[in-house]
Design a protein around this ligand. Structure first.
Ligand code: ADP
Ligand code: MG
Length: 341
């Protein structure tokens, strides 16, 4: 068993040592498996996929660049997981069922150990969601990972940003702010007990895409988005697309942070990390008030915590409320790759 598992890697190491491992051996060794949903997967000029009658393809692409999206010290298994997780999170936000993905990889060199671990993290998450790797591209260059995911959802079930309505409740899934806490510890701006850091680091390196929740919200939620750049910034996308505003209870948002109690952070840091932290990969969605019980049941059925954090208003403003229900200043900027202020 162990020999069978290790053989391709041992072979790969030998090939690299002899300078024999090329692009196609690399793809064959680490990224080729028979697809479950596709008619044709890795190895031809195109993959072939059919879509069920009445369904649409949901397509999304996300790139991870070393030094910008991850640190060079990241565990490669976590990186393989995260590269796919951030893409699956986009499918979750649309209520789409994952089917397949493409992997475009730029690598400085062939390191079998790194590729073994990277592909292990990637395959584990792909298997969990029955999502087939059906193609991609491989080239030499700075470490850069781009994944394109394909999912299925019908036109009437798709959750979009543009359908929030005044009076809707606003919800988030899971935990906000922990990933940003880990980043700030890495940057040396904050220090926390080691166990707290390890938990936060896992949230940053191994986010859980909320696919099951996204599927359970079909027919219940009016609008949805995944939180990748920070709660308030991503909420603004829903507000703008829907022509509405929101009142957000900051106390409810703070309560979602898993490490909040143990990290010993200032109130200001807690607010910044949860409201504008980034890298959370949680779902932010709105639903009519009469669906409260159904939303709670959807969270329960998908094993995902769901917290109501406010409501959608007709007036197109984003208002933050303090613990006493009073409006407070909003000085929280979300992440933007090109804005420097
Ligand atoms: P082409 O010459 O048509 O550009 P390639 O030589 O780049 O095709 O790739 C050969 C096959 O391997 C194709 O089916 C392609 O989709 C697949 N492939 C290339 N790189 C990857 C990768 N990193 N992961 C999965 N499949 C890949
Ligand atoms: Mg070709």
């Amino acid at each position: 068993m162990i020999v069978a598992f290790c053989a391709p890697v041992v072979e790969a190491v030998l090939e690299v040592m002899l300078g024999l491992m090329g692009e196609f051996d690399l793809i064959e060794t680490f990224f080729k498996r028979p697809p479950r949903h596709a008619e044709l997967g890795v190895g031809d000029d195109c993959a072939l996929l059919s879509v069920k009658a009445g369904q649409q393809l949901a397509i999304s692409s996300d790139m991870l660049v070393e030094g910008r999206h991850f640190l060079s010290t990241v565990n490669p298994e976590h990186l393989g997981h995260k590269a796919l997780a951030v893409n699956l999170s986009d499918l979750a936000a649309c209520g789409a069922q994952p089917k397949a993905f493409l992997l475009s990889l730029s690598l400085p060199e062939v390191v079998p150990q790194w590729l073994t671990e990277f592909s292990k993290g990637l395959w584990a998450l792909a298997d969990l969601h029955q999502c087939d790797l059906v193609g991609g591209d491989t080239t030499r260059g700075p470490l850069n990972i781009c994944i394109t995911v394909l999912g299925e959802v019908s036109a009437q079930d798709a959750l979009l940003r543009r359908a929030a309505q005044a009076g809707d409740d606003v919800y988030v899934s899971g935990h906000l702010g922990d990933a940003r806490l880990a980043l700030e510890v890495f940057r040396g701006n904050v220090s926390v007990p080691q166990a707290v850091f390890e938990a936060a680091r896992l949230r940053m390196e191994k986010p859980t895409p909320r696919v099951a929740l996204g599927l359970a919200l079909r027919g219940l939620a009016h609008s949805a988005i995944d939180i990748s750049d920070g709660l308030l910034g991503d909420l603004q996308h829903i507000l703008k697309a829907s022509g509405v505003g929101a009142e957000i209870e900051t106390q409810q948002v703070l309560g979602t942070m898993a490490c909040a109690q143990t990290a010993g952070l200032s109130q200001d840091d807690l607010l910044r990390f949860t409201l504008a932290g980034g890298d959370d990969y949680e779902l932010l969605f709105t639903a009519p008030q009469h669906q409260r019980n159904a939303i709670a049941a959807a969270g329960h059925a998908s094993g995902t915590a769901v917290t109501r954090i406010g409501k959608i208003t007709a007036s197109p403003l984003l208002v933050l409320l303090d613990p006493h229900g009073q409006p407070m200043p909003n000085s929280f900027a979300s992440f933007d790759h090109f804005k420097t202020t």
